[in-house]
Design a protein around this ligand. Structure first.
Ligand SMILES: [Zn+2]
Length: 374
C-alpha cells in the first residue's frame, strides 16, 4: 500500500518519512486514534516505504520487488498480529487466519473490529489476541530479516491482547530485537497495559480532513455531493463511520419506498401487485427482511401518533412526513393494534425461517382487510 492510498493524513506521512531520513525511526510505535481514520493503512504504507528500493521523497514506488510483495501483503519481513477467534483443534493464532486477513485488508484497509469478526466468525464469538500468539511473536522477531533492512510487526488492536500474551510482549519490548519495528495500531489506547504503552512511541492519528473524506466517499460509493456533505458532517473524519451512515441512509430510503408501496397496494386492494411485492421482499436477505418489518412497525406507530395530533413527538424525515400527511388517517384507534400485531407476527415468522414469500403475501392480505377501517 502506497502512502497515496491512505486518505489525507499528510502531516503524519511527512513526519514518518522525515523520521526515516533522520534515522530516528522508533523500534516501537503506537498509532492511536478513532476507528476508520486510516491507522492500519498508514502502518502498512510506512513499512512498505522503508522497504522500497526505489522510493521518492514522498512515497514508495509500488513497482520494485519489495513493493510488489507488500502490495499483496506477502513480504516475508512483514508480520501481522490481530484478534482472532478460538476454533476447535486449531491454534488461536493470527497465522491461521492470515488469508482472511489479507483478503480483508486488500479489499479495503478501513474496517472495524466488528467488520473483521464478521469475516471470520458466523456467531457472536469474541475476538482476542490469545496467549498462543506470544510464542509466535517471539519466533518471528527472532528471525533474521529476509529481504528488507528491517522486519515489521504490525499489531492491530493491542488492547484486545490477553494479559499473558501482553506480558510476554513486554519482555520483547524491553529488549527489542535488532532491525525490528513494531507498529501497534489501537482504537482504544486507554485499554492497553500501561507498561506496554510506556514502551511505545505514541503517534496520534487524527480524523481525515472533511474535504478529503468527502472526495473519497464520492468516488468510493458514487454518492452525490450534497449527500456526501451531509454525511461527512456526522462522520468525525472516519471513513467507516461515513460508510455506515451511507448504508443506513440507503436502507431507510429503500424501506420507506417499500413501505409506501405496500400501504398503497393494500389500500387499493391490488392482489396481483401485493403478490409481486411480496415476491420482491422475499428475495432480500433475511436481515434485510427483518429490518424492513422493523421499519414498518416504527412508521405505523409514528403515523398513529401523527394521526393523534401529537406532532411534537415525531421522529420522521421530510419524505416520511409528506407521506404521512395523507396516510396517517388510515392508522387509527380501531386498527392500529391489529396492524402492529400483523407486522410483529411477520417479524416473528421471518426470524424463525418460515417461507418469506408466504409471510409477506399473508401480511399484505391481512393489512388489506383492515387498512380501510375507520
Ligand atoms: Zn518500491
Amino acid at each position: 500500500m502506497k502512502f497515496e492510498k491512505v486518505i489525507g493524513q499528510h502531516e503524519i506521512k511527512e513526519k514518518l518519512i522525515q523520521a526515516y531520513y533522520d534515522n530516528r525511526v522508533s523500534h516501537s510505535y503506537l498509532f492511536y486514534g478513532s476507528s476508520g481514520v486510516g491507522k492500519l493503512a498508514l502502518a502498512i504504507a510506512f513499512a512498505q516505504y522503508m522497504s522500497c528500493t526505489n522510493k521518492t521523497d514522498t512515497d514508495s514506488c509500488g513497482e520494485c520487488p519489495s513493493c510488489k510483495k507488500f502490495e499483496k501483503l506477502i513480504h516475508p519481513d512483514l508480520h501481522f498480529v490481530f484478534p482472532v477467534i478460538s476454533v476447535p483443534r486449531k491454534k488461536s493464532i493470527s497465522d491461521n487466519f492470515i488469508s482472511e486477513w489479507r483478503a480483508k485488508v486488500l479489499e479495503d484497509a478501513y474496517f472495524t473490529y466488528n467488520d473483521w469478526l464478521l469475516s471470520i466468525a458466523s456467531d457472536n464469538k469474541q475476538g482476542s489476541i490469545f496467549a498462543d500468539e506470544s510464542s509466535e511473536i517471539a519466533k518471528k522477531l527472532n528471525l533474521k530479516t529476509f529481504e528488507s533492512d528491517y522486519k515489521f510487526m504490525i499489531i492491530w488492536l493491542p488492547e484486545r491482547m490477553n494479559s499473558s500474551c501482553a506480558n510476554k510482549l513486554l519482555k520483547i519490548l524491553e529488549e527489542p530485537p535488532q532491525n525490528t519495528i513494531i507498529i501497534s495500531v489501537s482504537d482504544n489506547r486507554e485499554d492497553i497495559l500501561p507498561t506496554i504503552k510506556s514502551r511505545t512511541q505514541p503517534v496520534k492519528i487524527l480524523g481525515i480532513e472533511d474535504n478529503l473524506l468527502k472526495k473519497a466517499i464520492i468516488s468510493k460509493y458514487g454518492i452525490d455531493e450534497s449527500k456526501a456533505t451531509d454525511i461527512v458532517k456526522i462522520s468525525n473524519g472516519s471513513l467507516v463511520e461515513a460508510r455506515n451512515q451511507i448504508i443506513t441512509n440507503d436502507e431507510t430510503e429503500y424501506n420507506f419506498s417499500k413501505f409506501t408501496s405496500l400501504m398503497r397496494t393494500c389500500y387499493s386492494r391490488n392482489i396481483q401487485e401485493a403478490i409481486s411485492l411480496a415476491d420482491h421482499l422475499a428475495k432480500n436477505p433475511r436481515e434485510r427482511q427483518k429490518s424492513f418489518l422493523y421499519y414498518c412497525l416504527v412508521l405505523l406507530r409514528e403515523n398513529f401518533v401523527y394521526n393523534a395530533n401529537l406532532e411534537s413527538v415525531l421522529y420522521m424525515t421530510k419524505s416520511e412526513m409528506d407521506f404521512s400527511k395523507k396516510f396517517a388517517r388510515f392508522v387509527n384507534k380501531s386498527n392500529v393494534n391489529d396492524l402492529v400485531k400483523i407486522v410483529e407476527e411477520a417479524y416473528y415468522h421471518i426470524e424463525r425461517n418460515v417461507n418469506a414469500k408466504i409471510v409477506f403475501t399473508d401480511t399484505a392480505f391481512k393489512i388489506m382487510k383492515i387498512i380501510r377501517k375507520n
